[in-house]
Design a protein around this ligand. Structure first.
Ligand SMILES: [Fe+2]
Ligand SMILES: [Fe+2]
Length: 477
């Protein structure tokens, strides 16, 4: 068995990092554990803490069988510390240290930068749990309720993953940062989470699906970039987190797809030929396509801000130092140093949007964002297939990257969803109060097995191949 495949599952903290023989780190994690459980009970899913939820738990890092499905009470979930197996002879793949053996300890000169990367990543994990904590009360089915909780417990595990690295490799500062990760609160006036999109509310299930599609996908991009890291424990951690992350985006993509499917079916049944006839569509109790488009506009633009400034010396430093690579760096065919390379960036010059070629090293945020946009388009195209199949001409689109931005080149201008600079942002490109109230009015919980709220279609297949009437959450047991 390759190094790291054996998981010690019996202790308080399942792990494949040898905690049993590492008294210092084990003690630090065991000291942190009660605060985590308190945080989970206070800020994790509201209600349902005593319910039995059919969850998967990571019990191995073998790609062929890493998860076990069973009924679990969420506070008893086994949040483990799991690293993907070490790759023998792995070398640093990019930057100034390219070709040197990967680091097993933190290089002193990069300590501060690495700590910051871990804290920023770590902060997003509990933030999304906090954002989603009220959604259980309005779940459209037990299937969806279970998926929400699956995402939540895994974000909890991702917090553990970052806390382990902080406590193992950063001593006292690491322990302080780990405590701070439990102290900040999404949307809190005085102690907010670190990044904007993680302080926004997730008030309804369409928002949840949009969040897991668009914002968890930012998480994927960041994890992919960190999975390339020359700091091997970080690389291994992120590689395993990515296996879980895929499910979060699946929940988002299929969630939106099922909403679109139900809307199209209802329009067809009612003989509606104009999907833009919002009043007629809403009279059917489903979510009209124009509102879905507005939600896309909102969540996509908020998430683009997470990539930071297009031109960034921090990003260049993180790459040069070998800490954070590009998306799938190991599949790219260039010198992986980028000393003389350039990259095209959309910039705002004299009030116009123009493309400029800038040093590739300074444009790494932009590049990751471009890869993200391509990745986002896949699901949107599949949603459009559902609309097309139903016989409607409407197509959902990603708005232009300049639309509704608060960070970077476009923060200073106003652009419409096509990227035209305008004097005033159009009021109809983002969800209005009315739109949100309408969505909220649909959010009525459905808890009979196999039943779904009338605004969303049933999924094509069950979780873990369970049949349609499976009781994914035993609410009162
Ligand atoms: Fe995560
Ligand atoms: Fe996630």
């Amino acid at each position: 068995m390759p190094d790291g495949m054996n998981v010690d599952y019996d202790g308080l903290i399942p792990n494949n990092v040898g905690l049993a023989d590492d008294a210092r780190v084990r003690k630090a994690l065991e000291t942190w554990h009660p605060g985590y459980i308190d945080w989970w009970k206070d800020m994790g899913p509201e209600g349902f803490q005593e319910s039995l939820v059919y969850l998967r738990t990571a019990i191995s890092v073998d790609p062929k069988g890493w998860a076990r499905f069973d009924y679990v009470r969420m506070p008893e979930y086994k949040w483990g510390v799991l690293l993907a197996p070490a790759v023998e002879g792995r070398t640093i793949g990019f930057g100034a240290h390219k070709g040197e053996p990967v680091w097993q300890e933190v290089p002193g000169e990069y300590r501060a930068m690495l700590r910051r990367l871990l804290v920023i990543q770590g902060d997003t994990e509990p933030a999304s749990v906090e954002q989603q904590r009220h959604l259980g009360a309005t779940a459209p089915s037990l299937y969806d309720l279970r998926n929400l909780f699956q995402v939540n417990v895994e974000e909890g595990r991702h917090l553990w993953a970052m806390v382990y690295l902080l406590q193992k490799y950063f001593g006292k500062d690491g322990r302080e940062e780990a405590d701070e990760l439990l102290r900040r609160r999404s949307g809190h006036e005085d102690t907010p989470r670190m990044l904007g999109a993680f302080n926004e509310a997730t008030p309804d299930w369409l928002s949840f699906f949009m969040f897991t599609y668009f914002t968890d996908r930012d998480g994927k991009m960041q994890l992919e970039a960190l999975a390339q890291s020359g700091f091997d424990p970080l690389s291994r951690t992120c590689r395993f987190m990515l296996t879980e992350e895929a499910h979060h985006m699946f929940v988002g993509e299929t969630g939106v797809s099922r909403v679109v499917e139900r809307t199209c079916a209802a329009m067809k049944e009612a003989g509606i030929t104009d999907p833009d006839d919002v009043a007629a569509v809403r009279a059917l109790g489903v979510i009209d396509l124009p509102t879905i488009q507005k939600k896309i506009n909102l969540h996509f633009s908020l998430t683009l801000d997470l990539f930071g400034n297009e031109i960034s010396t921090n990003a260049a430093n993180a790459f040069n130092s070998g800490l954070k690579g590009r998306y799938r760096e190991d599949k790219l065919d260039d010198d992986h140093r980028l000393i003389d390379a350039t990259y095209p960036v959309l910039r705002c010059v004299d009030g116009a949007i123009v493309e400029q070629h800038v040093p590739a090293l300074s444009a790494l945020n932009m590049r990751l964002r471009d890869d993200y946009v391509v990745d986002c388009q896949g699901g949107v195209s599949r949603w459009n297939k559902v609309i097309e199949k139903a016989g409607f001409a409407t197509r959902l689109t990603l708005p232009h990257v300049a639309f509704n931005r608060r960070i970077g080149e476009f923060a200073a201008i106003k652009a419409d969803t096509h990227g035209n600079i305008v004097a005033h942002e159009a009021a109809d490109a983002l969800p209005s109060l009315d739109d949100n109230l309408y969505i909220t009015s649909l959010m009525k919980p459905v808890s009979e097995t196999g039943a779904y709220a009338p605004w969303i279609a049933a999924p094509k297949v069950g979780i873990d191949n369970k049949p349609g009437n499976f009781e994914y959450v035993k609410i009162h047991e």
